[in-house]
Design a protein around this ligand. Structure first.
Ligand SMILES: [Zn+2]
Ligand SMILES: [Zn+2]
Length: 264
């Protein structure tokens, strides 16, 4: 797994197993995604699927151009498809899944679940691979009981730490109405909220957490790491490796079949 980038202006994750190569979200330009994949020796033309959480441009903005020649299957639910149809004005090679349902891509099973966020029908995923389970939640205002239940199966978890609440409140560029939206139950998770989720989904099987979708203005990687790291220490969760991913650079590739603490 490689996080090609994550943040308020673009999200894209590459996952490869023995029998599947897929992207979760494609929210950078097609050109950026191609360049970022090239940096790990991969090519979007070889993809089996693009799996989409919701239609916001920082998750879906690159899909139309990226699939224009290859017609890579685009997996999303019905309302997200309708929103994408409206945005792209071009029929894509859709594979529509039911929200809450599961589907297979090669040797991978992807279970979707509803998350509260201000989009048509936003979802998170838990991806079951032969070597371990990946939980993926970005863009949610809060974690429902269903979200927590699903994430307990994760060995690797990508969770949004969008903002530091104090920095968001002090920010001068955003009008109050937008701050309200971000902080609402259908907005985005703060560093503290993400820490609270980890407290509830912790298990012996969880090995690695990546913090993502950081706001450029209202968060800093050090702050997110400090807040969530403090929570992990309080819980004695020393077996969990913690990292932060940003939108400027491609993360290190994580091999699920290798123990995280044995990676330098
Ligand atoms: Zn987003
Ligand atoms: Zn969104």
């Amino acid at each position: 797994m490689t996080i090609l980038g994550t943040g308020s202006s673009g999200n894209c994750l590459y996952l490869e197993t023995g029998k599947a190569r897929l992207l979760i979200d494609a929210g950078f330009s097609a050109r950026q995604i191609r360049q970022r994949m090239a940096s790990i020796g991969r090519d979007p033309d070889g993809l089996d699927a693009i799996v989409v959480t919701h239609e916001h441009s920082d998750h879906a903005g690159g899909i139309r151009v990226l699939t224009s020649k290859t017609e890579t299957p685009v997996y999303c639910n019905r309302f997200t498809k309708e929103a994408l149809d409206y945005q792209t004005r071009k029929p894509l090679n859709y594979r529509v899944f039911e929200t809450g349902g599961a589907f297979d891509v090669g040797d991978v099973t992807i279970q979707s679940f509803s998350v509260p966020h201000d989009a048509s029908d936003p979802v998170g995923f838990i991806v079951y691979t032969p070597d371990g389970n990946l939980g993926y939640i970005t863009d949610l205002g809060c974690a429902t009981r269903l979200v927590l239940e699903r994430l307990r199966a994760a060995n690797v978890l990508i969770v949004e730490t969008n903002h530091d609440t104090g920095m968001l409140q002090r920010d001068l560029r955003r009008p109050w109405s937008l701050k309200q939206r971000i902080m609402s139950r259908h907005g985005h998770l703060s560093n503290d909220a993400a820490a609270g989720i980890l407290e509830q989904v912790m298990s012996d099987e969880l090995r690695q957490v990546f913090l993502g979708h950081l706001s450029k203005d209202c968060n800093r990687p050090e702050l997110a790491l400090e807040t969530v790291g403090e929570q992990l220490r309080r819980m004695g969760a020393e077996h969990v490796k913690l990292d932060v991913s940003t939108q400027v650079s491609v993360s290190e590739t994580l091999n699920f079949s290798v123990e995280p603490n044995s990676i330098a």
